[in-house]
Write a protein of this length. Structure first.
Length: 397
């Protein structure tokens, strides 16, 4: 009698006994695999695991695209944590946050152009509060308590969010397989405070005219200005593009890969004629230090309290003023929520017109941008001449 005949005989004998029949049939069914805890991130092809032991979350890359293997790795890690044998525990237990942040800053100085602005200022205060603590003793409650203390000291919500981001960036770096200092990021999952975004700094018509006049003949400055005014991209993003793969002139779109996007999600940015012209005519302009180039140009024009990032605000403001939809703008800018995008909705109150390509009507045509004689004005004959360039911020009737 084979195995199947035996099972059939057992079921006959167990007639009427539901529990026994259920037990017998369960032997015939394939065992279920519990994949809970495995997930994929937009910036990685590998499976990642995430689980919680005694209220402490653990998360890391399995470094494999094979889901079955990823589950085995996750289960092994979970077992190691439960048994207190995970490899990172000893090194973490002996390291303070100050020591970890020092190691992080050595790494950041070599790879982050704005490391001082991004991390150094915040770390002075962070280390005063957390520097002496061991890494394994810093949990989500510790970080929340620190952020609450900043709030009690009346720091701006935007500043508090930057402190949280700095802590998160350090632990995210420490979790990387190349570092292996920890498997836990205590800042992950803590929501940003809602910032007061009512005041949006954008380029006015008068400031635009000042910029164009002061930078007359500086084609790189003019091209950079108009590129960002027409895309809303962040200053550091264009230099990360692969001009052959990420720019599609047939569909007139720029695709910013997830690994280069702040939101860690792929972003698609539509191109109007001005953007297409700049990318085809002067693609090397993005090899410059874009931020510094624009800052010098603003200073030269006497434009105060204005950063290159404000051009992104200007794009968003003009997009909505031209009749663009809030949800579409959210996707172009890469915001997680439309609530963030709403900050631009009431900056201007001019009549709404239509769609994204109308944004370019605020600026010059491609032919005008590449012209060297900018902002000419004068006689009626000149003004009626189609080759005469005028400021795009001058009111059109």
């Amino acid at each position: 009698m084979d195995k199947l005949d035996k099972l059939v005989e057992q079921i006959k004998n167990a007639s009427g006994n539901e529990d026994l029949i259920r037990d017998i049939l369960s032997k015939l069914l394939p065992k279920e695999t519990n994949d809970k805890g495995l997930f994929k991130r937009g910036d990685s092809p590998f499976w990642w695991y995430k689980f919680t032991i005694n209220g402490k979350p653990y998360s890391a890359s399995t470094q494999t695209e094979n889901k079955k293997l990823a589950k085995m790795i996750m289960d092994k890690k979970r077992t190691e944590v439960i048994e207190g044998k995970h490899l990172d525990k000893k090194s973490v237990a002996k390291m303070t946050f100050q020591e970890l942040s020092d190691k992080f800053m050595v790494w950041a100085k070599e790879r982050k152009k704005c490391w001082k602005k991004m991390y150094l200022t915040n770390l002075v205060r962070i280390n005063q509060a957390l520097g002496d603590k061991l890494i394994e003793d810093i949990d989500r409650k510790t970080v929340k308590a620190y952020l609450t203390s900043l709030e009690k000291d009346k720091l701006a919500f935007s500043t508090i969010n930057k402190h949280k981001s700095t802590i998160g960036a350090i632990f995210a770096w420490a979790m990387d397989d190349e570092q292996g200092y920890t498997e836990f990021n205590p800042a992950r999952g803590i929501k940003n405070l809602e910032e007061d975004n009512e005041v949006v700094r954008y380029l006015t018509e008068a400031e635009y005219a000042l910029f164009m006049a002061a930078n007359k003949g500086d084609q790189d400055a003019v091209d950079l200005l108009h590129f960002f005014l027409n895309t809303g991209m962040r200053p550091g993003e264009p230099s990360k593009l692969d001009m052959e793969k990420d720019v599609d002139y047939k569909l007139n779109i720029i695709t910013l890969p997830a690994k280069h996007s702040k939101s860690r999600k792929k972003r698609v940015i539509p191109m109007n004629d001005i953007v297409v012209d700049i990318l085809k005519r002067n693609p090397d302009v993005f090899k410059l230090n874009v931020g510094k180039k624009l800052e010098r140009s603003f200073k030269k024009a006497g434009i105060k309290d204005f950063t290159p990032h404000c051009l992104r605000h200007t794009f968003a403001t003009n997009y909505l003023d031209s009749g663009g939809k809030l949800e579409v703008l959210r996707d172009i800018l890469g915001h997680h929520s439309v609530k963030v995008t709403e900050r631009y909705a009431h900056v201007k109150n001019a009549p709404k017109v239509h769609a994204v390509n109308l944004v370019q009507n605020y600026y010059l045509t491609p032919r005008d941008i590449s012209a060297t004689n900018l902002l000419r004005s004068g006689s009626e004959e000149e003004n009626n001449n189609p080759n005469t360039v005028i400021s795009p911020y001058i009111s059109r009737v």
